[in-house]
Ligand binder design. Structure first.
Ligand code: BEZ
Length: 212
């Protein structure tokens, strides 16, 4: 059955451009972003991997490890990484899983046969430190993903976990956030949100971003 939000991300052992990886052990206490792309030496993927490498500090600041996957070999990955480094003016600083036997692709339902029988689509999973899947997105092969959006979702998830807030549509870091509907006790609200809140409706309560 396909993975769903809240499921434990399946553990696996697989080769990568940085050696053999046991996924859960490799994640440790970090958040993780696991993303697949159709194949090595393809143009859109080259830009995506370059972008991810350039966002290294942004991922690190949030305690996130990135790991890519395609259904090619370690040797192929190594040659391609040299190309990415050169063309994208960066250094790929995260592993690319060499899923030539499609073990991980099948475990994570990354091959959608009606799109392509053998290659992975652009799947992306955000995994929290408890190994729970918190976001799943699937893009077509022809559309590169927006990694600023991935960082935005991580910020939102981390705020939810630490401050009992949700984030409105198009929210950006620093904007007002929404108090989760389950929080009703006035004393708790005063303690958690000392800057106060605006109740537009009883179910729609806005408060300044608590960690700013
Ligand atoms: C790619 O770069 O991965 C790609 C580009 C166009 C169609 C399919 C894949």
């Amino acid at each position: 059955m396909a993975l769903r939000l809240g499921d434990i991300a399946p553990d696996f052992e697989q080769d990568s451009s940085e050696g053999r990886i046991r996924f859960h052990a490799w994640l440790g206490d970090s958040w993780g972003v696991l993303f697949s792309h159709p194949a090595d030496y393809t143009p859109v993927c080259t830009t995506e991997l370059g972008l991810t490498a350039r966002l290294k500090d942004e991922f690190a600041r949030r305690g996130v490890k990135a790991i890519a996957l395609s259904v090619d070999t370690v040797d192929s990955h190594r040659g391609w990484i040299a190309d990415i480094n050169e063309t994208q003016s960066t250094e790929v600083n995260f592993p690319i899983l060499a899923d030539a036997d499609r073990k991980v692709s099948q475990l994570y339902d990354m091959i959608h046969p009606n799109a392509n029988e053998t290659l992975t689509v652009r799947s992306l999973f955000i995994i929290d430190p408890n190994k729970k899947v918190r976001l799943i997105i699937t893009y077509p092969a022809s559309t590169g993903r927006n990694f600023n959006e991935v960082l935005r979702v991580i910020d939102s998830l981390q705020l939810t976990d630490s401050h009992s807030v949700a984030t409105p549509g198009n929210w950006q870091d620093g904007d007002d956030v929404v108090i989760v509907p389950s929080l009703k006790d006035e004393a708790v609200l005063r303690e958690k949100f000392p800057k106060g809140y605006q109740a537009v409706r009883p179910y729609l309560r806005l408060t300044p971003q608590p960690n700013k």
